[in-house]
Design a binder for this molecule. Sequence first.
Ligand code: NAD
Length: 355
Amino acid sequence: MHASADALRRVASAILESGGSAVAEADLVADHLVLANLSGHDSHGVGMIPAYVRHLEAGLVAPNTRAKVVKDDGPMLMFDGGRGYGRVVAGEAMDAAIARCRQTGVVALTLANAHHIGRVGAYGELASGAGLVSLHFVNVTDHRALVAPFRGSDGRFSTNPVCIALPGTERHPPLLLDMATSAIAMGKVRVARNEGHLVAEGILVDPQGQPTRDPNVMYQEPHGALLTFGGHKGYALAVITELLAGALSGGPTIQPGNQRLGGVVNNMFALLVDPSRLAGVDWLRREIDGFVDYVKASPPADAAAPVLVPGEPERMARATREREGIDVDATTWDEVLQAAETVGLARAKAEALVA
Ligand code: NAD
């Protein structure tokens, strides 16, 4: 299936609205998912809809829920997401944190108990778009653990994403580090399974802890596990991320003393910093321009693959996919249409929305 971003937005929004979301929420979440597809992260695009609908059916995501303030104490802001759609409640928490950061110069923000917040880069982009620096640490709870600790062999935590964003300059767009601490995001294992591909080496282990490239080990009992990126360093970052996100927010970590209802809950700890209150925006821009130019001028080892900076692959993917449209593999598309039917949107009607 090949469709324009607009067509995918229409169908995603219609499914979410049929699932009980007000129009503005359905549009916001649909836009967020399709922006992930546009950015080259199909793992966090419309292929998440079947999971969202399963969670709706099970009462594990609460449409039309607003983020609730738990603590508002100067530069400290705590929110509870009440299992609302992640893009909605994390967006509200970020809006509040950005406004506060203009007064206080720095904000420590937590969000607990949000349904899947999706591509974390979206929240970094909110901050960098406002001229702020932000750091985001996110854990994933409410379902079985997926990622094995370094030297371990079975899942003990999840894909715990980290995102760090810096504002752009006149010459360079914002910099955006946005990644899972697992070797790849779980959604990319789903995409590989749906497309019938093997994953690369060094990403998965089978139930005996032995290396495998078969994505199906994550979908059949006994389960295999993902590995962290970068060996012990990625593992160490994943552990710290789990604790920053789960413990500082009052949301749970994935330890078994906490409930697992089978949904996807994200908790986030974020730090926002106003660079004008440190060395100043002029200096930041001067150094971004000078450093990015310097790094990118490194002669490419492969002439066809020039040096990029964080955030650039996503921008390049957006430019291509805005122009050429987005491919959705047949299995994923069938799952999306089944999800539409589950919430009462006839398959033919959903298909007509992308025609
Ligand atoms: P990835 O492996 O594609 O890494 C992405 C990061 O690497 C980006 O910052 C990108 O700009 C940078 N990058 C890639 N190639 C580069 C190059 N050649 N030069 C410089 N920088 C480069 O992404 P991932 O780890 O698969 O994560 C995908 C998405 O999944 C992210 O948006 C993440 O937020 C999301 N995610 C969400 C959750 C959740 O629970 N909400 C969990 C895990 C991941």
